[in-house]
Design a protein around this ligand. Structure first.
Ligand code: E4P
Length: 218
């Protein structure tokens, strides 16, 4: 499974990258706003900064909701850096835009996916990734991980090359659950990635090893 970090915070991106297990980054307008990035030029400059940290796909989301606007914006974003993947919402105009981008060699992440049908349309349009939102489905008493599994199964049956990028991950357990259903990628907060490291037996085992090492030094 590939790990993307789901943030626009440069320090966290650097920390995850330094860990040596980071494959890419996803952002969205809310994450950019959280970092106080304002204005088109600042937003673009921020994407370039992220691309210069991580040697992998960096999702940058279009703001336009109409087809022409998405195409114009997507081209501008794709021109910023070879790492950029254009993130497009799963709407009627969005699917048309995904088709345009895939036909013109621009990689896409079709976002705000909440059903198998939406993932099917995105895959048929040639999306590089589809992003089912696990946490937001769980928030409304639906099963986000189950949807990830259904999409993985559908893509396997029909041989779609589109990758399933589990998004809206809220915990380390979400990551493990997405592994179990075969997600290609999980995009996660840094805390969920670091949470995978935690085990009390690792801590107590290491403490005991260090204690015993000291004994033989005396
Ligand atoms: C990433 O691509 C998504 O935009 C993000 O994971 C959404 O996460 P949230 O539901 O926690 O806002």
């Amino acid at each position: 499974m590939k790990f993307f970090i789901d943030t626009a915070n440069l320090a966290q991106i650097q920390e995850a990258n330094d860990l040596g297990v980071l494959d890419g980054v996803t952002t969205n307008p809310s994450l950019m706003a959280k970092e106080g990035i304002k204005g088109e030029e600042n937003v673009k400059a921020h994407y370039v900064k992220i691309c210069n940290i991580v040697d992998g796909p960096v999702s940058a989301e279009v703001i336009s909701t109409d087809y022409e606007g998405m195409i114009r914006e997507g081209k501008e974003l794709a021109n910023l850096h070879p790492n950029i993947v254009v993130k497009v919402p799963c709407t009627k105009d969005g699917i048309k835009a995904v088709k345009y981008f895939s036909s013109n060699g621009i990689r896409t992440n079709c976002t705000l996916i909440f059903s198998v049908g939406q993932a099917l349309l995105a895959a048929k349009a040639g999306a590089t990734y589809v992003s089912p939102f696990v946490g937001r489905l769980d928030d409304i008493c639906s099963d986000g991980v189950e949807l990830v599994g259904q999409i993985v199964e559908m893509f396997n049956i029909y041989g779609y090359p589109t990758e399933v990028l589990a998004a809206s991950i809220r915990s380390s357990q979400h990551i493990i659950d997405c592994v179990a259903v075969g997600a290609d990628v999980a995009t996660c907060p840094l805390s969920a990635i670091l949470g995978l490291l935690k085990h009390p037996l690792t801590d107590s085992g290491l403490a005991q090893f260090l204690l015993d090492y000291k004994k033989v030094q005396e």
